[in-house]
Each structure stands twice: as structure tokens, then as C-alpha cells.
Design a protein around this ligand. Structure first.
Ligand code: SF4
Length: 467
């Protein structure tokens, strides 16, 4: 691990985390001199808004799901003259009267309306607000109606400068780095600022940024730039080593995007004897050594974007490399290596007719895909899909609240919106009947508890859907 990262990390877990709490205590009970110190000490509040819309946003009451690393990462970039707190509004309501000097907010598209409401609430109280993240980077002008400044793209290269500008009274409207950040200098995210009990999945980590592919419906490559970047393996291992749970999750968009890097990461990970899951493109199944290392290092799950079982549909979204013809063989190899598959499928592609649902269900059951999640095609801003649909006049819904992939927000081509919506509900229900769960879970004796747990979780989601 590089020195700068260590210094930030040690600071993060000790001095600055406790200083935030001490400052609040001082405000209520301290002497005048202490209050002066408190005022001099600048306070940054980072907020992740929630969204109750759609079936992916719904969480158990008071729970915040998986840890998303963006705000802990920004906290780690923040210079020591700032105290930092993170508020996860997925679990707790926002306190607008909290004394702060700056609010930072990031959000996905389906959360952005809530994010703007929160931003407006603080700005009405005279608190400056900065926004960033994948949605804001796609439509910065929209966000600037609710924020004093926006960060477009990665924060690493601009965050400290933004804070310095704010302190000097010369805050700019847009901050955008002119080059990707150096992956060997990314500090360890400040998980110490998170309330542990809120999260069903606390230990998440990122080893890479970007993806070697560029699917039409995905904003990953436009956000991170065309180059797939990797952190030094030693840094990633040192971040994972202190995790206090055996299992963790890589939040990378494609953990096997650079096979040689993935192999060296998995080799270094194996002695830690952890179990983990990650998103990966199905191309990793072509490389036997990569598959074996994935499994031997504790990789129990692979979240794989099959998207479609039709070659034409895959070509239509710039994903021809997914090679539907080879899915059966790839699944067999992944299963043989001892890895469970969570397959992701998209409905509503231009080549899909109404039979797509039954054909996809048959495919899932024939190949015993361990669990599947389904999405309705959604033209997210910042993607080529969005630009194309907009140019064709096919965007039917401009309320970002509804951009959560469980609802039809565009005009489909080969079935009507109601057929698409009902087909989506139907395949969710059919995939997670007790009989179909058992057929997949019992495909092998190895890993039954893992598969059962995944399926119960998805079945609970399916049961909240109409139909
Ligand atoms: S493979 Fe996945 S992460 Fe990469 S561009 Fe396609 S959808 Fe995005």
C-alpha cells in the first residue's frame, strides 16, 4: 500500500472520526472557547438519498442494504481541517437543522429527485451543496439548478481543490478532472463513518474501475473513461485483510475485465480464506485458469449480465461479444468450477417479442441458473441508448423516480408497454415458485445453503410484485 493511502486511512479510523462526535458534544455543553474551536472546524455532511420506488430500492425498514462506497471514498479524500459525517437516508430521515458548512450528495437516477429535495432543503437554510455521481455527471446542468457546484466524473483529482475554493470564497460551478485518477493513490474508504448496524452487507470493496466493453444501455464506460483501470493488488488485499466478516462483495463493474490482473488478485486473495461475490462478464468462463482461481480464492457467486438469449438482441445493444450460442457451455464450466451464477436479463429490447419471457424462463431452468434478476430496459441519461431513444421520440416518461428498471419508461417496439410490464412481473413470479427454486438449488450438493439464501431473497422481492 502506498504511503499516502496509509496516512489517510489511519487518520480516518482514528482522529477525525472521533473529532466529529466530540464536536457535537462540544456544541451542546462546551465553553465559549471550545465553541470557537468548533466554529473554526469546518463540517462536511455527505448524504446518500434513498428511493422507495421500484423493487430494487425497497429495503427492510431501518436498513440500508449494501454499503455503497462513493461517500466513504469522498470522506477519505477530505483534508483534515474538515470534520466529516455520512448520512445514509435510505435508513434514516435527514435532519436539516444539523449545523454543517457544506453538504455533499450523490445519487443514482432513481434517487435523484429525493437528492434534489434534500439539496434544496439545505440551500434554503443557507448551506452550500455540492453534488456528484453518475447521474449528475450525465446531466450537470439539471443538477446545477439544485446545487452550488457539481463534480463531473471522478472526485479524486478535484475534491480537495473544490473544498479549498469554497473556503476561499471562490467556489466554481463545475469541477471536472482533466485526467483519470491514479489508482495507486486512492485512499481507503472511511467505513468508520458508517453506522454498522444499518447495513445488510457492510464489507464491500473496489479493485478496478470501468469496463473493457461499452454496451449501449450502460454509462460505466462514459463515466470512468475508456480505459479499464486497476488498483495495485497489494492495496486491495490490505483493504480486505481487516474485514471482520468472512464474506465480502467486490462492487466492481467487471472484476475479470483484465484477466491477468484478476488472476494475480485472486492468487493474493486465496490465503485470506474469504468468500466473496462480484460482477463479471461471461467471457471469464473461457479461461479455465481464471475460473479456477476465482473459485479457489473464495469466489462463490458471479453476477453475470446475460441480458438476452437472442444474438440479434445482443447485437442491438452493442453486446455481440456475449455470444448467446456459447451460454450453455459457459454455464457448465462456471458451475463445474463451483461458482454460483446470478444471471441478469433485460426485457424490452427492440428485437424482443412477447415470447421472450417464456423462452428466457425455459433457458434459466434448462441450465439451472442459480438465481436470476430481471430488468426492464431503461434509457439512463449518459448512455447511447438514451440519446437514441430521445432522438426517436421514444422516451415516454421523464420522471427520474421511475428509472429503476422495474417500470416501462419508453415506447417498446415489438410489444406494448403493458405486455412488457406484465411479462416482467410474470417471469419474476415463475422463476421463484418453490418448485422452480428447488430445481435450481438442488442441481448439485455443493453450495446448497448459498443458493437457497439467494433464492429466498429474490422470492421475497418477487412476492411484493403484482400478479
Ligand atoms: S459489460 Fe457490463 S459494465 Fe461493461 S459496459 Fe456492458 S453493461 Fe456496462
Amino acid at each position: 500500500m502506498v504511503l499516502s493511502t496509509m496516512v489517510l486511512s489511519q487518520s480516518a479510523s482514528g482522529k477525525f472520526g472521533s473529532r466529529w462526535q466530540a464536536s457535537w458534544a462540544t456544541l451542546s455543553a462546551g465553553t465559549l472557547e471550545e465553541k470557537k474551536d468548533f466554529i473554526i472546524d469546518k463540517r462536511l455532511l455527505l448524504i446518500l438519498p434513498g428511493s422507495e420506488k421500484g423493487f430494487w430500492g425497497k429495503l427492510r425498514h431501518g436498513k440500508a442494504g449494501l454499503v455503497r462506497l462513493s461517500l466513504p471514498a469522498v470522506a477519505a479524500l477530505t483534508p483534515p481541517e474538515w470534520s466529516v459525517a455520512i448520512h445514509d437516508a435510505r435508513a434514516d430521515p435527514v435532519d436539516y437543522d444539523r449545523p454543517v458548512d457544506l453538504v455533499g450528495i450523490t445519487a443514482f437516477t432513481s434517487e435523484i429527485t429525493n437528492a434534489y429535495l434534500i439539496a434544496d432543503g439545505f440551500r434554503q437554510r443557507g448551506v452550500p451543496v455540492v453534488m456528484g455521481g453518475i447521474h449528475v455527471s450525465a446531466v450537470p446542468d439539471e443538477a446545477l439548478a439544485h446545487a452550488d457546484a457539481v463534480v463531473v466524473g471522478e472526485a479524486e483529482e478535484v475534491w480537495a481543490g473544490l473544498l479549498a475554493d469554497l473556503s476561499a470564497g471562490r467556489l466554481q460551478r463545475v469541477y471536472k478532472a482533466d485526467h483519470p485518477c491514479d489508482m495507486s493513490r486512492i485512499p481507503v474508504p472511511r467505513r468508520d463513518l458508517l453506522r454498522r448496524g444499518l447495513y445488510s452487507g457492510f464489507n464491500t470493496v473496489q479493485a478496478t474501475r470501468g469496463c473493457p466493453y461499452d454496451c449501449d444501455y450502460c454509462a460505466v464506460t462514459s463515466f470512468f473513461g475508456g480505459q479499464f483501470r486497476t488498483r495495485p493488488v497489494a492495496d486491495v488485499i490490505e483493504e480486505i485483510r481487516p474485514f471482520d466478516t468472512r464474506s465480502f462483495l467486490f462492487v466492481d463493474d467487471n472484476i475479470c475485465g483484465h484477466p491477468a490482473y484478476a488472476k494475480s488478485l485472486f492468487r493474493a486473495l486465496a490465503p485470506l480464506r474469504r468468500t466473496w461475490g462480484a460482477q463479471t462478464s461471461i467471457t471469464f468462463a473461457k479461461d479455465r485458469e481464471l475460473l479456477d482461481l476465482y473459485a479457489k480464492s473464495g469466489g462463490r457467486y458471479a453476477f453475470i449480465g446475460f441480458e438476452s438469449i437472442s444474438k440479434e438482441s445482443l447485437a442491438g445493444i452493442n453486446k455481440p461479444w456475449n455470444q448467446a450460442d456459447g451460454y450453455g457451455e459457459a454455464i457448465r464450466r462456471i458451475h463445474d468450477a463451483g461458482i454460483n451464477i446470478v444471471g441478469s436479463f433485460i426485457f424490452g429490447l427492440d428485437e424482443d417479442g412477447p415470447s421472450v419471457f417464456s423462452r428466457t424462463l425455459d433457458f434459466i431452468m434448462e441450465h439451472r441458473i442459480d438465481a436470476a434478476q430481471f430488468h426492464i430496459l431503461t434509457p439512463f441519461p449518459g448512455t447511447r441508448l438514451y440519446d437514441a431513444m430521445r432522438a426517436e421520440g421514444r422516451i415516454a416518461e421523464t420522471d427520474w423516480d421511475r428509472y429503476h428498471t422495474s417500470e416501462v419508461v419508453y415506447r417498446p417496439r415489438t410489444m406494448n408497454a403493458e405486455e412488457l410490464q406484465q411479462g416482467y412481473y410474470r417471469i419474476f413470479h415463475q422463476t421463484y415458485t418453490v418448485g422452480n427454486i428447488l430445481r435450481r438449488v438442488l442441481r448439485s450438493w455443493r453450495g446448497i445453503p448459498d443458493r437457497l439464501a439467494m433464492n429466498i431473497s429474490y422470492r421475497n422481492k418477487a412476492r411484493k410484485m403484482p400478479g
